[in-house]
Ligand binder design. Sequence first.
Ligand code: PLP
Length: 400
Amino acid sequence: MKGLGEMERKVKFATKCVHAAEKPDPVFGAHTTPIFQTSTFIFENVSQGTARFAGEEAGYVYARIPPNTPTHAVLAEKFAELEGGETGQTFASGMAAITAIALTSLRQGDHLISTDVVYGCTYSLFSQVLPGLGIEVSFVDTSETENVRQAFRPETKMVFLESPANPTLTVCDITEIAGMAKENGALCVVDNTFSTPYFQRPLELGADLSLSSCTKYIGGHADLLGGIAAGSKDFMNRMSSIVGYTGGIMGPHEAWLCIRGLKTLHIRMERHAENAMKIAEFLESRPEVEWVRYPGLPSHPQHELASKQMSGFSGMLSFEIKGGIEAGRKLMDNVKLCSLAVSLGATDTLIQHPASMTHACVPCSVRRSVGITDGLVRLSVGIEASEDIIADLEQALEAI
Ligand code: PLP
């Protein structure tokens, strides 16, 4: 922060969104963090280059190798401040973040416990790619903590949680499960994409790592791909070689867009959540709707737990129309203001069908067994006027 001194530790989340990690540009005094659009960095002499490569001197080397560029470093530090972590690391996408974390933590013969309902590509990475490397994966309904306890083996090295989960919005007890992971010598990683650090801070709940797809709420405007993680310096140091060797690096312009996105995170998240609550209540009141899942609704099976570990319920919800997929398809084809598109966390409302889109890569039998029904419709509620989103959904419901 800009020389706030003692104030730095005390300031509120909103002030951190705006100021954390931002330093005045020492060369020209630019007010905003510059985009360091460079692939490489000049060394003063061979000794300095040697020391940087050996990790004996802090500084930049080459944009693929952490800390990448000063733009990336500001974003990583800002995000770490918001999550309450020691440090952070940026990536080309949320999936690049999950891949680098898995490759850092797991070796042949190791075992991973994962929430059974996770983003479709995370499921595919865990069920198809990791087993090919000799890593066994157990998918567990983590909303029942006892299931997690029973899944531990001596070889378990990592527990991966998605809470609230995509797309069922199932919630798990991060504190309890993180405690179990610690007892068993395993790393507890939370995909915090749906909540963002504004509503949920997994590290404060005991997890070791919190990650987000920046493509969603962090960037916030559906105009970039990125990923980010916060945690201990020790883990990030261990991960830096995997990051450098695999090269799933965020571009400097994307890093800058994420810094800009984070400055308004607190305001956007408030509006996303306020709108989502109104829309969840509206949908729940409609006779055409079979069920609605939103952690803020008292009807959500883990509403009490969500109220305990989240300070708000974010902007994601799912529902099913009576008449299942055919009725849902008509609704999705009839919306006018909402966009029929995957991804989430944008300023505008996005609607999509997980069974044929984001989770089409999950086998049908698995989808059905974990509650991703064929008729489930997912809504990423935007920051438009809630009345307009409701009016759009209302006319689409009436057109079924
Ligand atoms: N985690 C969650 C919960 C997601 O919903 C997504 C994408 O939708 C990802 C991770 C992957 O993020 P990205 O698309 O940035 O790779």
